[in-house]
Design a protein around this ligand. Structure first.
Ligand code: NAD
Length: 357
C-alpha cells in the first residue's frame, strides 16, 4: 500500500514479544524498511527475528529510549516516515517489585520518543509531513478492572491499578497531549492480553507450557478466577499495521480478541493440549497449585473492538482454540528458542518467578 511504499518505520522494542511480531509482519508482508530500535533488556531476544534479519529492509539499532541523544542519532540516520513505540517494561509482577524502571522507560522514555518525533516531524514538509505517524502501543490495563458486566472502549476513563498500568497510562496521556498541543500526528492503540510464539516464559501461557513440560508446579494466582481477553500476537501485529496505515491522527483504537477466559480455564486448556501433544507420566492438571493472589490484581479485562472493525476493517483471524494450539505446538517445536532462557536468566531461570504476567 502507499503508506508502506518507501516507508522507513522505526519500531522501538522490536526485539520483544509483540515488537518482533510487528517487525516480522512488516518485513514479510509490506514494502517498508524497518529500523528495530531496542536496548536489549532481559525481555529482548534477537533470535525472534532470524526469519527477517537478512532482509535488506531490516536494520537493527541498539539504543535506549531513556537516552535522548541515542534517539536523536537513530532518527537522523534513518529519517523515519513513522514510529511505532513498543519499547516498554511489560511485566506486572516486576513492576510491583521494582517500579522505578517502569516510570523511567514507559513514562520518560515515551516522552523522549515524542520529543524526538516532534522535532523530526517539524523538519518535514508537504506530503511527508502529512503522512508522518507516531503510533504509541498501549494496553487495556490502563482502564483498571471490570466487574461481571461491560467492556472497555475508547471512551472508558483511565483507572490504572498497578505500577505497570499507571506508567502506561502516563505515557498515553503524554501522547494525547503531544497531539492536542503540538499537532503531532499520533495514533494510539490499547490492546488486551497477547499470547503466541516467542513469548518470554515469565508470562502466564508460556510459563504454564514450560513448567507443564518439566513436571513442575503450575502456580495460579488466587482461585484462577481473573478474566483476560486473549488475542493471538499475529492478529495484534496486523491490527497495528492497519492502524498505522489508515488510523486517523489523534484517534485511539481499542484492540481485543473477543476471547474472554478465566485464568484457570486457560491453564487447564494448556494442560489438555500438553497431555495430547506431549503425553507425560501423569495428567498435567495435577500440577496446578493455587498461590497467594497478586496485590491489586484486576478481576476482569474485556475489550469492545467494534470501532477498529467498523472504521478500519480489522478483526482477529484466530479463535482462542486455534491460537492456543498453535502456541503450544510452537513451544514444542522450538526448544532452541526457549531453553537458553530457562537455563540462564533471572537467577536459575525465568520459570522461578513466583507468579505470572
Ligand atoms: P516485551 O517485554 O516482550 O518487550 C519489550 C521490548 O522493549 C524488549 O525487547 C526490550 O528490550 C525493549 N525495551 C525495554 N526497555 C527499553 C528501553 N528503555 N529502550 C529501548 N528498548 C527497551 O513487551 P511486549 O509484551 O512485546 O509489549 C510491547 C508493548 O505492547 C508494550 O508497550 C506493552 O505495554 C504493550 N502491550 C503488551 C501486551 C501484552 O499482552 N504483552 C498487551 C497490550 C499492550
Amino acid at each position: 500500500s502507499s503508506r508502506f511504499k518507501d516507508a522507513r518505520i522505526i519500531v522501538t522494542g522490536g526485539a520483544g514479544f509483540i515488537g518482533s511480531a510487528v517487525v516480522r509482519h512488516l518485513v514479510r508482508d509490506t514494502e517498508a524498511t524497518v529500523i528495530n530500535l531496542d536496548a536489549l533488556t532481559y525481555a529482548a531476544n534477537l533470535s525472534s527475528l532470524d526469519s527477517v534479519s537478512n532482509s535488506p529492509r531490516y536494520v537493527f539499532e541498539k539504543a535506549d529510549i531513556r537516552d535522548p541523544a541515542a534517539l536523536r542519532a537513530v532518527f537522523e540516520r534513518h529519517q523515519p516516515t513513522a514510529v511505532m513505540n513498543l519499547a516498554a517494561e511489560s511485566h506486572v509482577d516486576r513492576s510491583i517489585d521494582a517500579p522505578g524502571v517502569f516510570v523511567e522507560t514507559n513514562v520518560l522514555g515515551t516522552f523522549n520518543v515524542l520529543q524526538e518525533a516532534l522535532r523530526h516531524w517539524r523538519t518535514l514538509a508537504g506530503e511527508a509531513r502529512d503522512a508522518f505517524r507516531m503510533h504509541h502501543i498501549s494496553t487495556d490495563e490502563v482502564f483498571g478492572t471490570l466487574g461481571d458486566e461491560g467492556f472497555f472502549t475508547e471512551e472508558t476513563a483511565y483507572q490504572p491499578n498497578s505500577p505497570y498500568s499507571a506508567s502506561k497510562a502516563g505515557s498515553d496521556h503524554l501522547v494525547r497531549a503531544w497531539h492536542e498541543t503540538f499537532g503531532l500526528p499520533t495514533v494510539l492503540t490499547n490492546c488486551s492480553n497477547n499470547y503466541g510464539p516467542f513469548h518470554f516464559p515469565e508470562k502466564l501461557i508460556p510459563l504454564m507450557i514450560l513448567r507443564g513440560l518439566s513436571g513442575e508446579d503450575l502456580p495460579v494466582y488466587g482461585q484462577g478466577s481473573n478474566i483476560r481477553d486473549w488475542l493471538y500476537v499475529e492478529d495484534h501485529a496486523r491490527a497495528l499495521t492497519v492502524v498505522l496505515e489508515r488510523g486517523v491522527p489523534g484517534q485511539t483504537y481499542a484492540i481485543g480478541g473477543n476471547n474472554e477466559r478465566k485464568n484457570l480455564d486457560v491453564v487447564e486448556t494448556v494442560c489438555e493440549l500438553l497431555d495430547k501433544l506431549a503425553p507425560g507420566p501423569t495428567k498435567r492438571r495435577d500440577q496446578i497449585r493455587f498461590v497467594t493472589d497478586r496485590p491489586g490484581h484486576d478481576q476482569r479485562y474485556a475489550i469492545d473492538a467494534s470501532k477498529i472493525k467498523r472504521e478500519l476493517g480489522w478483526e482477529p483471524q484466530e479463535t482462542f482454540e486455534s491460537g492456543i494450539e498453535k502456541t503450544v505446538r510452537w513451544y514444542l517445536d522450538n526448544r532452541a528458542w526457549w531453553e537458553p532462557l530457562v537455563d540462564a536468566k533471572s537467577g536459575g531461570g525465568a520459570l522461578q518467578r513466583r507468579g505470572h504476567g
